[in-house]
Design a protein around this ligand. Structure first.
Ligand code: NDP
Length: 315
């Protein structure tokens, strides 16, 4: 078991974590980045990113994350491929322990652990991952121009995604398991007014089908009742919008969070309720969840950490 001392420990390697690493390393803070279970974060799960400023021809998610990593390493960030499984934020320096038992003793910590989209749990979601199944309409919607897609969910996110897709696609189904939408009235009205959105109430998806990608979904209406009815819809894309879960369980004991587990920050800063612990990106953002907004908060977190260290005579 090793003990590694650092002034800035960055937990997570998505756009927030790596942007924090670029800023902290350029500030000569020699940060350590712990990559976590999905190096590069959610963007490595998408194909092309076309909405990150500065890439007029788009960029593959995996490539962008490689670029961000090498940019951080160029200025002295050290990237370690481990997962933090335990933290002790009771006193400074803070101690975070990884899955091998190595301890990181840090004067400041930036949490950038992201969030994971929820899936229905169907085997077909795995089978067609990247072949028609997506959890991000803003990322992947453009690839379904003039095609037919389905959005699962009846909340504000599902309505937003359906509205966004309806401007690109020929037709959008919303697959809603209840007989009503949970979304705000204004979003419900917008969805209902959109001619190319059809809401399938009381419906659940039990499978997907298609040769080389999604060509349709198997649907059950009134599942488990005597009115149960099975039918298929022809679709090219299947978008999940049933919520996200922030990857913050390991910090629950110490950090103030909302009931869904998003870390509270003292906006407009990235400070959490523990001095010297900052949060950036999707783990603290239930609303925007974009690569560019995450990168922005990563930058802010590094600047906040630097200021904190300066105020505490660590620099
Ligand atoms: P929500 O939890 O509000 O909605 C999730 C939706 O997915 C619900 O319709 C839910 O159905 C459905 N769902 C959940 N699990 C399953 C499942 N296994 N099978 C089928 N359907 C399922 O999540 P959102 O991401 O929509 O919103 C999260 C928060 O963010 C909310 O507070 C929302 O208001 C807010 N938000 C606000 C926006 C805005 O103001 N512009 C935009 C986006 C989000 P059921 O209703 O049956 O539980």
């Amino acid at each position: 078991m090793e003990e590694i001392k650092t002034r800035v420990l960055i937990i997570g390697s998505g756009p927030a974590g790596y942007t924090a690493a670029i800023y902290a390393s350029r500030g000569n803070l020699k940060p350590i980045v712990l990559e976590g279970p999905q190096p590069g974060g959610q963007l490595t799960q998408t194909t092309e990113i076309e909405n990150f400023p500065g890439y007029p021809a788009g960029v593959q998610g995996i490539q962008m994350m490689k670029d961000l990593r090498s940019q951080a390493e160029r200025f002295g960030a050290r990237v370690i491929s481990r997962l933090i499984t335990e933290v002790d934020f009771s006193k400074r320096p803070y101690v975070c322990t990884d899955d091998r038992g190595d301890r990181y003793v840090a004067e400041s910590v930036i949490i950038a652990t992201g969030a994971s989209a929820k899936y229905l749990g169907l085997d077909d979601e795995v089978k067609y991952n990247g072949l028609g199944v997506s959890a991000c309409a803003t990322c992947d919607g453009f690839f379904y121009r003039n095609r037919t897609v389905a959005v699962v969910g009846g909340g504000d996110t599902a309505c937003e995604e359906a509205l966004y897709l309806s401007t690109i696609c020929k037709k959008v189904y919303m697959i809603v398991r209840k007989d009503y939408l949970r979304a705000s009235t204004v979003m419900q009205n917008r969805v209902r007014e959109r001619e190319n959105i059809e809401i399938l109430f009381l419906c659940n998806t039990i499978g997907l089908f298609g040769e080389d990608g999604v060509e349709g979904a198997h649907i059950v209406r009134n599942m488990g009742t005597d009115k149960e009815e099975k039918f298929d819809i022809a679709i090219d894309g299947f978008f999940l919008a049933i919520g996200h879960k922030p990857n913050t369980d390991v910090f629950k004991k110490y950090l103030k969070m909302n009931e869904e587990g998003y870390i509270w920050t003292d906006a407009p800063t990235t400070a959490t309720n523990i001095a010297g612990v900052f949060a950036a990106g999707d783990c603290a953002d239930p609303i925007y969840r974009q690569a560019v907004t995450s990168a922005g908060t990563g930058c802010r977190a590094a600047m906040d950490a630097e200021r904190f260290l300066m105020d505490n005579d660590e620099l």
